[in-house]
Design a protein around this ligand. Structure first.
Ligand SMILES: *[C@@H]1O[C@H](CO)[C@@H](O)[C@H](O)[C@H]1NC(C)=O
Ligand SMILES: *[C@@H]1O[C@H](CO)[C@@H](O)[C@H](O)[C@H]1NC(C)=O
Ligand SMILES: *[C@@H]1O[C@H](CO)[C@@H](O)[C@H](O)[C@H]1NC(C)=O
Length: 401
């Protein structure tokens, strides 16, 4: 054990202090590549965008305006916004490249926008705060839903002249869409369709051990855990050492994903390290607490500050609800879930779907499909993306602003 620690510490220092370190050739060429390096190494056509939210966060996104080799033209395309899950980041939608949802959408004729949510490594700037300020981390998915999604919709409209967008959100990216749909109804009519992947709102039937222990953890319940970005890039170096295809620890490393629902058969061993080096990225602890509160209260509610503070903030003792019924069939919302998602059970997903008037439930046709298979699974194209691209296309419009 001492040797292992020594080994990774040494490697960490080598990697940290040597720019342009070349990973051994048996490691996937995307290993250790950050978002922009990754895009550039594949000659992907992309643009950087930054939008400043009304509360001062600089929210970045990459835009994939056209496929490689496609000649730029003035023809307007339907736009789609992709939003990643808790503590994740945009690259998740692009690995493995050719069978990724991002590339499939680009090739299907979409103008693709992938947001880096506030707090993830690619969106850490603020007008006057820095990530060192506790205040910087004082946000939940609520603020992303309330400020960032509308800000991006306006920005996309300004840039493309297209009034409408389609949407895909994984996990938290889906949960926050549902919140958005209830608190920003004026924007809802500018959505063509939305795909919500594995939203964890109710989780009475969760099987994840972590989820259960977190539920009972008093520090978490009382919100006493340090409220900042606790994830570190160190994880990346650990992944490189332990999760490479030649590592004797690869099986253990893959087992670390079992908490999402065991599905080793869908893990692509070559690409696994790429995901492990990038995720988790970062987000606020408050976001996590908010989700736990929702799980525990068993109601889809605003952040709970507890009685008197609630009275100050909301004018009532109990946090208000995100009223899913108010969405009332105005737009197509497709909720995809896996029956082996350990963060929530089929009963939980079905209950949620039943509460959203007109929502379409979609069970991913693979009995072991888990919470991260949406973005990690080897066969995601066949099992999920083909369907999502087809459905998004069906509803997509180009509406002049
Ligand atoms: C996008 O931003 C990154 C990080 O600031 C930079 O390295 C990259 O060159 C930019 N790419 C383009 C196309 O502007
Ligand atoms: C992905 O597709 C491009 C062009 O369609 C091709 O040149 C490239 O070799 C493919 N990459 C992989 C890893 O299959
Ligand atoms: C969109 O354009 C309008 C009008 O020019 C401007 O007021 C607004 O700030 C822009 N919004 C974004 C998010 O870029």
């Amino acid at each position: 054990m001492r040797f292992i620690i020594f080994e990774w510490l040494t490697l960490f220092h080598i990697l940290k202090f040597s720019h342009g370190f070349v990973f051994p050739s048996f490691m996937d060429p995307d290993t250790g590549k950050q978002l922009y390096e990754f895009l550039e190494s594949h000659n992907w056509v992309y643009e950087n965008h930054t939008v400043v939210s009304p509360d001062g966060y600089h929210i970045n996104a990459v835009r994939l305006p056209r496929a490689r080799g496609e000649i730029p033209s003035n023809k307007k395309k339907p736009c789609i916004l992709l939003v990643h899950g808790y503590a994740s980041q945009p690259q998740l939608f692009m690995v493995p490249l050719n069978n990724s949802i991002a590339m499939m959408l680009v090739e299907a004729g979409f103008d693709v926008w992938i947001m880096a949510s506030r707090g993830c490594v690619y969106s850490l700037k603020h007008e006057f705060l820095t990530p060192k300020d506790a205040k910087f981390w004082d946000f939940s998915f609520h603020e992303i839903a309330y400020y960032d999604i509308p800000a991006y919709m306006d920005h996309i409209r300004n840039v493309t002249g297209n009034e409408k967008i389609s949407y895909i959100g994984h996990s938290m990216g889906g949960v926050l869409f549902l919140a958005f749909a209830t608190i920003r109804p004026e924007y809802l009519k500018r959505i063509d369709s939305a795909h919500v992947w594995g939203p964890i709102i109710y989780n009475n039937y969760a099987r994840s051990i972590e989820e259960k222990t977190w539920r009972e953890d008093e520090r978490i319940q009382k919100g006493k855990i340090k409220g900042d970005n606790e994830w570190s890039r160190l994880k990346m170096w650990l992944a490189i050492i332990f999760c490479n295809t030649k590592s004797p620890f690869l099986e253990k490393c893959m087992a670390s994903q079992d908490g999402f629902g065991p599905d080793r058969s869908q893990i692509d061993k070559e690409k696994f390290i790429v995901h492990m080096t990038n995720d988790p990225s970062g987000s606020s602890i408050k976001t996590y607490l908010h989700v736990l509160q929702i799980n525990q209260a068993d109601r889809f509610q605003f952040y709970d500050y507890e009685l008197f503070r609630n009275l100050q903030v909301y004018g009532q003792f109990k946090p208000p609800l995100y009223n899913l019924r108010s969405i009332s069939g105005k737009i197509p919302i497709i909720i995809s879930y896996g029956v082996n998602d350990y963060f929530a059970g089929t009963e939980d997903f079905e209950r949620l779907i039943a509460e959203i008037p007109g929502a379409i439930g979609h069970i991913v046709p693979w009995p072991f499909f888990n919470h991260v298979d949406f973005v990690y699974a080897k066969d995601a194209k066949k099992l999920l993306y083909d369907y999502c691209v087809r459905m998004s296309k069906m509803y997509a419009t180009v509406t002049e602003a």
